[in-house]
Design a protein around this ligand. Sequence first.
Ligand code: FMN
Length: 295
Amino acid sequence: MSFDFLKQPVARDTTPHAPGEILRRLVLVGLVAAWAFAAILGVAGWAGGDAGRLRAAAVCAALGLALFVARRRLGPPSTIAPAAAPAGPPAAALTPTDGAPPRVLLIDASLTGPGGNCSRLLDALDLRLAGRARVERVALSGREALSFADLEPRLRAADAFVFATGTHWDSWSSSLQKFLEDATPAEATDLWLGKPAAVLVTEHSVGGKGVLSRLQGVLVTLGCSLPPCSGLVLSHAARLARRHAPDPAAAEDFWSIEDLDVIAHNLCQAATRREADWRAWPVDRKDYARVWLRE
Ligand SMILES: Cc1cc2nc3c(=O)[nH]c(=O)nc-3n(C[C@H](O)[C@H](O)[C@H](O)COP(=O)(O)O)c2cc1C
């Protein structure tokens, strides 16, 4: 049994979002205390010939054994560790449920909610994920909009994410911006760490590639990983150009709905091959909104 993680600063790697890790540590403290009491009571009982103390020592030893078994059943430690920490958990801790298809959460961040262009693009991706992934879809706007707090258990359960947003004044939708702001306390936690994310952006004519690149940057900072060829901008202008190009070959490499085949494939590949031992750096989770300008 390794006690190395006891050396890790609690403020860094124990977050309100890692109850399993907190429980593991409490169980460890309990089992060490139980065995310590067992030893002390055992020695005292044996030296003084006190049968009561010897019985109490036996009870403590049994409790320690029960906690030892419970701790083993809780599984490997959290995947989150500060950069300077010693070797992390075994690779198996990061892989989805053995043999089962990965759980992919589609996050429709369309400004208008389900029914918009992003939803239609997600429909097309959903078809391509069929049989390869267990897909769940949520929306950040509209009548069935869910907040980050509502979504947290589903985000945690997911093995991979797909974000879809329109382009709105050169940026992503305000509902996605709100979601990202609310997600800040979960930055670099195991909710995100190492999970692959694909990004779909729709636009009328211009600005979508900037949105795609910046959003991918934000997702990596949150803790996600990016599979190759996992971001796409579907442009109304490009679709018109493709349709009306005098020479179809001239518009062949414009992004199209067919490119979702590659996105679906690469996302599933990445979601089922997460063997790496990712770590997270320290993050301020409590006071990140403080006023720092004092003049
Ligand atoms: C407020 C607003 C701002 C927009 N700004 C841009 C823009 O800067 N560039 C662009 O190409 N399209 C822009 N559009 C068009 C949308 O990005 C495009 O229609 C997108 O597919 C909308 O996705 P949705 O139907 O899922 O909401 C804008 C649309 C709205 C409503």
